[in-house]
Each structure stands twice: as structure tokens, then as C-alpha cells.
Design a protein around this ligand. Structure first.
Ligand code: SAM
Length: 313
């Protein structure tokens, strides 16, 4: 609904994001001074002073005389994974989103995705944001999908690099294989080993691990690509499933809530063919890939489409 919410500017996120990007937050883990910080990071002294004052008044920085350091609460929020207020660097993904959303007029003009910041740290920020976003719903989704299974089942989690869903499937007794892009696998391999998850590098547009699997899980993956890629992905999934095996797709279903259409703009900005798709589109694509019994349900705030592989091969 049109209202004055559009007047809100996320200034706190923009200040904090810039402080991370310039190295200020990392440098503030040690006690330092305005002058030393400015010099060591080769930044503008007036700008550093103004931003540090804002960070201090917002509670992120503690000042004592000349000395400045990250506040205890900010330290817990960003660096202490056991703290109740921990978010890690998940907020940096939001910061990056704002940067790409500001390019919407050019995207409307030329139809090309917004320019990408090649900073390799962005993979880590993205993983942390995905983990943060999934942690509440993953146990309920895993329980919903695996509750009626009696034996240990084989799950393929495509694009499951953040490992939150994989961990939840593992907790339900499943054997879990995760496929994700090589930079993600490199970053997450250690966590995967600790969680007893097999993490495989690869591009799902090129191929899938051969399996066979009882369940193929696609969590927030179908919005990255368009009709051609999704149809082909469902066909590939169908081939690595056992007869009677299931596919489960978590995504935002266009036409069921306004958020799906808004998220479609995010995918317009960040991909060449991605978007959000209607239940009818999913139904057509799944049917053409030999799936039946297609249903849409909502579990823990997530929309889940499930379907069963037919024997028609
Ligand atoms: C939006 S995240 C979803 C993460 C997780 N499944 C969830 O629901 O929280 C998309 C994931 O798919 C992975 N991905 C994107 N394109 C891929 C591709 N072509 N092949 C394999 N993984 C891909 C990304 O690296 C990322 O981990």
C-alpha cells in the first residue's frame, strides 16, 4: 500500500557497511585512535571522524579519551557466533543489495544486470546472510520433508552451500550430499566435514551427482534462472532420483503474495534470466520432467512445492 514508509533511509546499515568495506570495523577490534586508524587505512581524516562519531553514538564503537575500539555488543554481534545477538557479516549482503538496487534505472534502460562488486569477501557475506535467513525455518522444513521416511534416505541439496538445510536433513537421519559452486565449496568445506555432509563443487547447469537419491531439494535456487534452465534442472533432477523419489522446491511463488513480485526485481537486478515464477509455471516444468502429485504448502513461513517422480522413463 502506498504510504510514507518509502521515506525511511537505512542510514545505520549504510554507515556500518562502509565501515566494513573500508576495513574500519576489522581495525577497531584492537584499541586505536582516530589518527592511527585514518593513517593505517589511508582514509580521509574528516570522514573517519564523522563516521566514527556516528558509530559511537549508535553503540558500535566505544570511545575513551583518544582511544576508540569496537564496543562489546558490536563485537558479539559481528564476531561471536555463540552470542544471542550474533549476525556475523550477514548484514553486508543487505548492504550489497542496496548498492545493486540503486542501479534499477539503468537496468530498466538496458535490461542488463547491475554491475557486480568483484570483492571475494562477498561470497562469505552471502553465505552468512543465507545461513542467518535459513536457521529458523530449516528444522521445520526438514521435519516436514522427512517425517514419514523409515530408512536412512539419500538427499541431494542443490545450491545448499550455506549448509543450514543440509544440517537439518542430517539431524533427521538423512545422508546428505550438497552441490554448490567451487568458491562456495572452498569456503564451506570445513563446516561440511564437521556436519558430516558431502559437499561437491559443480554447476547444476552442467550436471548433477549421479545418486541415485530419494529426495532432491532445491532451496531458493529456481529464482536464479529462467524457464530454460529450470526445466532442464528438473529433468536432471528427475534422472538422479529413484522411481517414486521426490523433489522439493522452496521459493517465493509469484501471484501468491506481493513479496514474490518485489523479489523478482531483485533477481532482475542480479541475474540475466532469474525471477520468481507462478505455481502454473512450476507445474508445467515439473510435469514435462516426469513429476506428478505436485502440491504447494507453507511450512515455517516457507512456500514448498513437492512432487513425485513418475516411473515413465
Ligand atoms: C539463494 S542461495 C540459497 C541457499 C540455500 N539453498 C537456502 O535456501 O538457504 C543459492 C545457492 O545456490 C548456489 N548456486 C547458484 N548457482 C549455482 C549453480 N549454477 N550451480 C550450483 N550452485 C549454484 C549459490 O552459490 C548459493 O549457495
Amino acid at each position: 500500500m502506498p504510504d510514507d514508509k518509502i521515506m525511511v533511509l537505512p542510514q545505520e546499515l549504510l554507515i556500518l557497511g562502509a565501515a566494513v568495506k573500508t576495513g574500519m570495523i576489522e581495525a577497531l577490534r584492537q584499541e586505536t585512535t582516530y589518527t592511527a586508524l585514518t593513517k593505517s587505512l589511508n582514509l580521509d581524516s574528516r570522514a573517519v571522524w564523522v563516521v566514527l562519531e556516528a558509530l559511537a553514538d549508535l553503540g558500535y564503537v566505544t570511545k575513551q579519551g583518544e582511544m576508540v575500539t569496537l564496543s562489546e555488543e558490536a563485537h558479539k554481534m559481528i564476531y561471536d557466533s555463540k552470542a544471542p545477538n550474533y549476525v556475523g557479516f550477514a548484514f553486508m549482503h543487505r548492504y550489497n543489495m542496496i548498492r545493486s538496487w540503486a542501479h534499477l534505472p539503468e537496468v530498466l534502460d538496458n535490461g542488463q544486470p547491475a554491475p557486480r562488486d568483484p570483492d571475494p569477501e562477498n561470497t562469505r557475506y552471502f553465505m552468512e546472510a543465507m545461513r542467518h535467513g535459513a536457521v529458523k525455518s530449516a528444522p521445520a522444513v526438514a521435519e516436514f520433508l522427512l517425517k514419514d521416511t523409515v530408512e536412512e534416505i539419500n538427499v541431494l541439496d542443490i545450491g545448499g552451500g550455506p549448509l543450514i538445510y543440509g544440517t537439518a536433513f542430517r539431524a533427521q537421519g538423512a545422508k546428505v550430499t550438497v552441490l554448490d559452486l567451487p568458491p562456495v565449496v572452498q569456503l564451506m568445506q570445513e563446516k561440511a566435514a564437521l556436519a558430516d555432509i558431502t559437499l561437491i563443487p559443480g554447476d547444476f547447469n552442467q550436471g548433477l551427482p549421479s545418486g541415485p537419491f530419494d529426495l532432491v531439494y532445491l532451496g531458493n535456487v529456481c529464482h536464479i534462472f529462467g524457464e530454460t534452465e529450470n526445466k532442464e534442472l528438473f529433468r536432471k533432477a528427475s534422472r538422479v532420483l529413484l522411481p517414486g523419489g521426490r523433489i522439493a522446491i522452496v521459493d517465493m511463488i509469484r501471484g501468491t503474495n506481493p513479496f514474490a513480485a518485489v523479489f523478482g526485481v531483485n533477481m532482475l537486478l542480479n541475474t540475466a534470466s532469474g525471477g520468481t515464477w507462478t505455481l502454473q509455471q512450476y507445474t508445467d516444468w515439473l510435469t514435462s520432467a516426469n513429476f506428478q502429485d505436485i502440491t504447494l504448502q507453507e511450512i515455517a513461513g516457507r512456500q514448498i512445492i513437492t512432487a513425485v517422480r513418475t516411473d515413465a522413463f
